[in-house]
Design a binder for this molecule. Sequence first.
Ligand code: NAP
Length: 213
Amino acid sequence: MAKYSIVILGAGNVGASLARVWLAAGHDVTFGVPNPHNDKTRAAVSALGGKARAAVNREAVASAQIVALCVPWEQAEAAIKASGDLAGKILIDCTNPLVSDLSGLSIGTTTSAGEQVANWARGAKVVKAFNTTGSPNFGNAQFGSQKAGGYYCGDDASAKAAVRELVDAAGFDPIDVGALRNARLLEPLGMLWIDLAVNQRHGVNQAFKLLKR
Ligand SMILES: NC(=O)c1ccc[n+]([C@@H]2O[C@H](COP(=O)([O-])OP(=O)(O)OC[C@H]3O[C@@H](n4cnc5c(N)ncnc54)[C@H](OP(=O)(O)O)[C@@H]3O)[C@@H](O)[C@H]2O)c1
């Protein structure tokens, strides 16, 4: 498997979980955050045994091959704008465009966060992934004899091949669901997971599986 230089924008639940599994797989990981020295970021770096570093977005992203967007939806445009030119890079969009009380999505049906991210990050190869289950399941995706599905979509075949490896490294069964416009379908799936886990109180030990025969 190739070793990638990955920048994770955001060092919260998703960013820290992905950093852990990707470092374990041998990739180079840097966090891109507004304040690399605040307590939250320092705690995230420290929890990884100092194997990751942190810098402001633009500095972190400069030499990255792959950038993972792991910020709240309201911060997504600012995080991209603060990263400078992302043209030619693989940009993994992990966001869900949630409304603040977790009752639904703020956009969808005729567009998606994934497509909006592609508009903001002109020339980046955007792949939607890691949005359909909770971060506690990243690197912890085995349910009995079954692996949870890791659903991803995008328009660039080589970018999707790289993301497939990263989905696999996080323990999921990688499932390519098509073009980036199918983020319109993956984001409601993420919302369904949140509704089950949080609003209906089923908790985080659940994930979606695609059965085939
Ligand atoms: N939580 C989950 O289980 C889960 C699962 C799948 C998808 N998602 C989606 O993933 C995204 C992140 O969720 P999360 O739970 O990880 O959020 P979180 O714990 O609140 O962490 C957000 C991180 O983003 C950083 N950030 C804010 N503005 C930024 C900017 N302009 N540039 C770079 N970093 C910035 C924050 O830094 P500061 O704290 O310093 O502001 C923080 O480190 C959301 O869109 C969410 O819907 C979440």
